[in-house]
Design a protein around this ligand. Structure first.
Ligand SMILES: Cc1cn([C@H]2C[C@H](O)[C@@H](COP(=O)(O)OP(=O)(O)O[C@H]3O[C@H](C)C(=O)[C@H](O)[C@H]3O)O2)c(=O)[nH]c1=O
Length: 182
């Protein structure tokens, strides 16, 4: 398992070691001791899964408060461009974004600490996105910022007309218009 730092402190790419044989593959997707040795000492309390059609864009979301969420995200079918946005007010990389392709093929994972907006766009039909979170679902403390907030200028990889968002996400505010809890 490789832990690869990114330009944003705290956001880490995890590359599992893949064992292949005549039956197929095996790889560990979480290992408490290895994660702790690499600075990710977290207790995961909930696993989530979503299935998305091509063009589905989920985000930009975060959960603050007593159940603030760090997220360990991966794709088990299809592929996404995953985006993390640093909105930790005291961070030297405040407002900076990190994006990466996560896919069934590359088996990569991304650790996103508390204090980040998170979103992704599915690049294939029936993309299955799986993730562990460090806080239970707490709707009252969910926050969201609109995917095309000019503050971040995220270059989503599909044309605007191919993007599919929920009504909720389409109506999310801009970062400047929310009380940033981080
Ligand atoms: C997040 C969540 C949702 N739900 C229920 C309540 C909602 O009515 C329904 C759909 O939720 P939502 O539209 O918020 O799903 P996504 O748009 O995929 O939200 C997620 O997308 C981005 C990418 C994230 O990083 C967050 O984990 C999360 O906000 O599932 C639950 O029951 N438990 C949960 O933990």
């Amino acid at each position: 398992m490789n832990f690869v730092k990114t330009p944003i402190e705290g956001v880490v790419i995890i590359e599992p070691k893949i064992w292949e044989d005549n039956r197929g593959q095996f790889f560990e997707t979480y290992n408490e001791a290895l994660f702790r040795e690499n600075g990710i000492d977290e207790k995961f309390v909930q696993d989530n899964q979503s299935v998305s059609c091509k063009g589905a864009l989920r985000g930009l979301h975060a959960q603050a408060g007593p159940h603030a969420q760090g997220k360990l995200v991966r794709v088990i079918k299809g592929s996404v461009i995953d985006v993390a946005v640093d909105i930790r007010k005291n961070s030297p990389t405040f407002g900076q974004t990190f994006h990466i392709e996560l896919s069934e093929a590359n088996a990569k994972m991304l650790w996103i600490p508390v204090g980040f907006l998170h979103g992704f766009v599915a690049l294939e039909e029936n993309t299955i996105f799986c993730y562990k979170v460090t806080g239970k679902y707490d709707k009252a403390n969910e926050i969201g910022v609109r995917y095309n907030d000019p503050t971040f200028n995220i270059q989503w990889p599909l044309p605007q007309e191919e993007l599919i968002l929920s009504d909720k996400d389409l109506q999310l505010p801009l970062l400047a218009d929310i009380n940033n809890p981080f």
